[in-house]
Design a protein around this ligand. Structure first.
Ligand SMILES: NC(=O)c1ccc[n+]([C@@H]2O[C@H](COP(=O)([O-])OP(=O)(O)OC[C@H]3O[C@@H](n4cnc5c(N)ncnc54)[C@H](OP(=O)(O)O)[C@@H]3O)[C@@H](O)[C@H]2O)c1
Length: 293
């Protein structure tokens, strides 16, 4: 019996102890770090993803010191090859995965007019906030299926604006906040698309807006005074995870409450066009790596 269980093998709130681990991307700061700690406190084995070895190790130490079980995983999610490798390493180490939280993200940035690109040459917000979760989720589908009733939680945002199919890389009239909201629209639409596809494997897929302007790096570096705390966002994500455990899938949660994503994210036509666009976008990287994701 772990320190998280009672004599009946139950968590304090009557939740069964998770048997398969949880992977949290971007667990080295802000919401991801807080969520990793909260999941460890709930008895999950947490796979702590980060891009910096020392900071990743520091979070793993923090979780272990608090009595949890945690393992570090490094990858730069601005490279789709590294993202896929992360998925393959996790799958090799853990043939069954109970929870994937696609949390890592890039905000509007210090200078919202400066268009940045990923290591593969994609617009950076699109790459890290959308393409990386797509690739990671696809690569991890098999261990998620193996867990029986696994969950994918995509950390979205209330800020969503449709992707421009004629300028998906946002080469004209660039604005970092608009790039961010486009990437979060794409993530919401992806959530709804795969929730249906993955239901056959018992995998629940939901999207969560944690809280508005939490006190995290991406908010302060954009020069915004925070409105909410990371602990509020963490509670909201945990509520969505509880809903998913009860069978909810294909849902969008706004601060923990069931809500509606952007209306176009529900359009079958928009979802199909986005899926085609996504496949075409990642094809050259797949080809260069001799694989499909
Ligand atoms: N803050 C808000 O008010 C708010 C509101 C709605 C949604 N969200 C979403 O919440 C999630 C967490 O953001 P946060 O607010 O906690 O911000 P944050 O403190 O800036 O955390 C972002 C995380 O993403 C990681 N990351 C960024 N680029 C990466 C890359 N190329 N490869 C690997 N990891 C990368 C960062 O790693 P490092 O630690 O190495 O920098 C960090 O761990 C994001 O998806 C964000 O869009 C936030």
């Amino acid at each position: 019996m772990s320190r998280h269980e009672n004599s009946a093998g139950q968590q304090p709130q009557g939740r069964p102890r998770p048997t398969a681990p949880a992977l949290v991307t971007g667990a080295t700061s802000g919401l991801g770090r807080s969520l990793a700690r909260a999941l460890a406190d709930r008895g999950w084995t947490v796979l702590v993803h980060g891009r910096d070895r020392d900071r990743c190790a520091a979070v793993v130490d923090e979780l272990r010191t608090a009595g949890g079980t945690a393992h570090p995983y490094l990858a730069d999610l601005s490279s789709l090859r590294e993202t896929a490798e992360l998925g393959r390493r996790v799958a090799a180490d853990h043939p069954s995965l109970g929870l994937l939280v696609n949390n890592a993200g890039v905000g509007a940035g210090r200078d919202a007019r400066r268009r940045e690109v990923s290591r593969d040459g994609y617009e950076l917000r699109l790459a890290v906030n959308y393409l990386a979760p797509v690739v990671l989720t696809r690569v991890l589908r098999s261990p998620l299926r193996a867990a029986g009733s696994a969950q994918v939680v995509n950390i979205g945002s209330i800020g969503q604006s449709p992707v421009d199919p004629d300028d998906v890389q946002f080469t004209r009239g660039y604005d970092g906040m608009e790039a961010y909201t486009r990437s979060k629209f794409a993530l919401a639409a992806f959530t709804l698309t795969i929730a249906e596809e993955y239901a056959v494997d018992g995998i629940r897929v939901n999207c969560v807006h944690p809280a508005t302007y939490m006190d995290t790096t991406m908010v302060t570096e954009a020069g915004v005074r925070p409105w909410t705390s990371v602990s509020q966002g963490t509670e909201a994500v945990l509520r969505a995870i509880d809903e998913g455990a009860r069978g909810a899938s294909g849902e969008y949660y706004d601060e923990g409450r069931r809500a509606r994503a952007h209306r176009l994210a529900y359009s079958a036509g928009v979802q199909r066009r986005l899926a085609d666009l996504t496949d075409r976008l990642i094809a050259p990287v797949e080809e260069a790596n001799g694989t499909t994701w």
